[in-house]
Structures are given as C-alpha cells and as structure tokens.
Design a protein around this ligand. Structure first.
Ligand code: AMP
Ligand code: MG
Length: 329
C-alpha cells in the first residue's frame, strides 16, 4: 500500500513528495505548477471549504506577483523600468525587500533582478540557448542594487531600462506560508501545504505522528534520498531536474547564475529546512547558485536553518543539525 502511495504522490510532485499523509486533501494547478493541501479535520465538507480559501489566497498572490499576468503589480514595475516608480501593495513591497535581503545573504546567488536572463533562456517555455553577446548585454541590467524601494511612498523603481523582477524563486514559498496562515485562521491546527516543492507542515497527522516528506533523488526519478519528519517547519528543494531542456546532450535548467548568465552548475539539488517557506524557497535557490562549500557554510551560520546539498557530481552533504533526522524509510 505504502509503495503504491509513494508512486502516486511522485507523479503529482516531481520535486519533493510526501512520504505519507493523513487527512483530507485537494490539489490544484496555480502559479504554473501543481499544488496540494492536506488538512486534519473531522468534517470533510468544512475541510474542503477551508482548503478552497487557502487556494484563493494563493491565486490572489499569483495575480499580484506573476510576470505572466500583464496586469500584475510586478508586470507594472517591470514595464516602468528606467522610467518611473510604481506604487505597490505593502505586502509586495515587503516581499521585494526580503528578497533583496536574501540576495545580500547569498552573495547575489539569489537575485530577483534576473528577469532579463529568464526571458532569454525561456526554460519554462521549452528553452532557448542565447548567444554569448545577448547574455553579456544583460550584465548591466541584473543588479539587484538597482531596485529602489521607497518605504514611505510604498513604491518600487527599477533604475535601468530593460530591468525586470522575477519572483519565481520566492513567491511559491511565500504563497505556501500565506496558505498556512489562512488554514490556521479558519481553525485548522494540523496540515501540510505543498506549493510544488515549497512545503509547510504544521501540527501533527491524524494518527499523532509527525508529517513526513520525502526528498527526491535528483537523478533517479521516483527514488528518495531520504525522508524527513517535520513539525511546524517548512522545506523547499531547488533542483536542476525540475524545469530543464536538453540540447546536444547538455542539460539547461531554470536556476540561472547571475554571475555567468547561464544555468548554475555547482549543484544538482539543494533542500532547505527552516521555519518559513519564504525563507526556504529563497535560500534553496540562492544556495543552489552559491554551490556546496559556500552554501553549507551559510546554512551552518544561519540560526534555525538546515539543509542538504547534492553537488554537481552527486555527492551529498547534510548540515550538522539534520544528520540524525534523515530516515531511509
Ligand atoms: P526555485 O524553483 O525556487 O529554485 O526557483 C527557480 C525560479 O526562480 C526560476 O524558474 C526563475 O523564475 C527564478 N530564478 C532563476 N534563477 C534565479 C536566481 N539566481 N535568483 C532568484 N531567482 C531565480
Ligand atoms: Mg526557491
């Protein structure tokens, strides 16, 4: 039974998957990805209603932050790049500010100003290999320090023409955190929110055990590198196997190293555990770019942050606080 369950779940979540469950659940496609929410509740109808409220919250965030929606505030900031400051919701301003903090923390590995490079590579639309000089031209317009945040006026201004913010590396984590807040406000004390690979687990399963999350092996589809029990924690995985295309036998994936303008090459996957998915999402992306040495140093330095890094050769490193928490079944 358990084996069947693992396989079914893996189809839905190629990135990180539940190892098991307990409660009522529902999945939906939003933010261009599959997501699933499970809640422990005595009342199935009420549970589904609450889950729908959490999905509505995620949809609200998508409408605010997606670069695929022309009316979104992010699209408005981007189309005013080099021209004028754009008034935005306090919530978006705060998230952009946090994203800049993660950029500083990861030495620019995490960089929401990568928009122009994302547009060049088009990994989510099938892929395109840009010419070297096209990549070079973006160099001037991908500096996150050129994002001007005015907290008093609540505006965001991109200093240079052609700049573009892309929140793809943090918005799903933020959405996962917000969905959890909505569930809790509606009386749910235990559940798991999986916005693709950005997962929040709170409370315990119906059987009293902790929620278990399987971490996907980056090269062996359907195999876990380990299972971690979570309680009031978030986990995110960034991997080169999530969104990619292959050209002439070479893998090109969706996490771009702002220094080279090409897909980051130092890791196959990075899993981060912390209190909030906004943090785990940004850090997993940023540490993926930083690579195993600097990345693990950062994980060890940050309080309440643990992680697993699989380097480009497939070697796995686990942070000190996580070593005895990884299970093989
Ligand atoms: P994730 O799956 O959370 O690791 O985020 C990957 C997504 O973040 C990509 O699909 C892009 O939208 C965006 N992204 C790519 N490279 C970076 C980067 N170096 N810093 C921040 N966001 C990035
Ligand atoms: Mg991320």
């Amino acid at each position: 039974m358990k084996i069947v369950l693992l396989i079914v779940v893996l189809i839905v979540f190629p990135i990180t998957a539940y190892a098991d469950e307990g409660g009522f659940k529902k999945s939906k496609k939003l933010m261009g990805t599959e997501m699933e929410i499970t809640v422990v509740s005595a009342d199935e109808k009420a549970a589904h209603k609450v889950i729908d409220a959490a999905f509505a919250e995620i949809r609200r965030i998508e409408e605010l932050m997606s670069t695929y929606i022309p009316e979104s505030q992010i699209s408005k900031i981007n189309s005013a790049a080099g021209k004028k400051a754009v008034k935005v919701d306090h919530e978006l301003l705060r998230l952009i500010k946090r994203a800049v903090e993660y950029a500083e923390m990861t030495e620019g590995g995490f960089n929401i100003a990568v928009g122009p490079l994302i547009k060049l590579w088009r990994v989510s639309e099938g892929g395109n290999i840009p010419k070297k000089d096209e990549i070079k031209k973006t160099h001037e317009i991908i500096d996150y320090r050129d994002i001007v945040i005015n907290e008093k006026k609540e505006t965001v201004f991109l200093k240079k023409n052609g700049m573009a913010i892309d929140l793809g590396g943090i918005a799903k984590g933020y959405a996962s955190d917000r969905a959890e807040i909505v569930l809790k406000k509606n009386g749910i004390v235990s559940g798991i929110v999986a916005v693709a690979g950005d997962i929040n687990a709170f409370g315990k399963k119906a059987d009293g055990n902790k929620w278990r999350v399987g971490i996907q092996h980056p090269r062996k589809k359907g195999t876990f590198i380990g299972i971690i029990e979570l309680e009031d924690e978030a986990v995110s995985t960034s991997g080169d196997y999530e969104r990619f295309f292959i050209r002439d036998g070479k893998r090109y994936h969706h996490i771009i190293d702002p220094k080279t303008g090409e897909p980051a090459g130092k890791c196959q996957s990075v899993t981060i555990i912390a209190k909030e998915a906004t943090a785990t999402d940004a850090l997993s992306t940023g540490i993926f770019v930083m690579g195993p040495e600097k990345g693990m140093e950062l994980i060890e330095r940050l309080p309440d942050v643990e992680g697993i890094i699989i380097d480009a050769k497939g070697n796995m490193a686990v942070s000190s606080g996580l070593k005895n928490r990884i299970k093989d079944k």
